[in-house]
Design a binder for this molecule. Structure first.
Ligand code: FE2
Ligand code: FE2
Length: 198
């Protein structure tokens, strides 16, 4: 591992001066960061969902997110680069706006919204012309996983809200987080679009 390049501490924000490879490394680093932070959300969740089936699904879900982080890390390494540390990415900005989830419904709703954002980012990327084959393979694999993730977490959230006698809490929490997500995404979308131009 001694020949590994040094970790870059801060994102390179001057996009117009970046090479096509540097832009790709940046995009994959954003994805990697989102996956790692997504995994952290699941670590918070895993002790709250105690039944056997939920434990089984949570464990597979968590394994998926850490594998996704690895798949993006590997794409970066295959380009001869190192991951860029993202201090101010999507999840960080989202977290600053949402605050700490105050109960299990909030935590599940936040997870759903984060999964939705990941899936839509990946789907949009896959639609672009000239995506290389390796990247397309990873995009397809992760998109498929994100779909089952968000379906089961949303089901779980609605079930718990119903059991608590407050089924309306599920939609309220989702709506709150989706609104914040859209606002936060608007602050990042322009940079991401410019990076995607290659
Ligand atoms: Fe993921
Ligand atoms: Fe996911």
């Amino acid at each position: 591992m001694s020949e590994m390049p040094q970790m870059t501490e801060t994102p390179i924000m001057n996009i117009s001066e970046m090479s096509a490879t540097e832009k790709l490394v940046m995009i994959f680093s954003f994805y990697r960061d989102a996956e790692l932070r997504g995994a952290r959300l699941l670590f918070n969740l895993i002790h709250h969902l105690k039944d056997a089936e939920a434990q089984l699904k949570m464990s597979r879900h968590l394994a998926d997110e850490t594998r996704h982080a690895w798949l993006w890390t590997k794409r970066i390494a295959d380009l001869g680069a190192a991951p860029v540390m993202i201090d101010d990415g999507y999840q960080r900005r989202l977290g600053l706006r949402t605050g700490v989830p105050k109960d299990l419904i909030d935590l599940l709703a936040l997870t759903v919204v984060v999964e939705e954002r990941a899936r839509s980012r990946y789907m949009q990327h896959a639609e672009l012309p000239n995506v290389d084959e390796e990247t397309l393979k990873v995009l397809k694999a992760v998109t498929e996983d994100e779909s089952w993730h968000l379906a089961w977490i949303e089901r779980q959230m609605r079930e718990i809200a119903r059991e608590q006698g407050k089924p309306e809490r599920a939609d309220q929490a989702l709506e709150r987080y989706r609104t914040i997500d859209r606002e936060v995404w608007a602050t990042l979308a322009a940079d991401e679009a410019q990076l995607m131009k290659g």
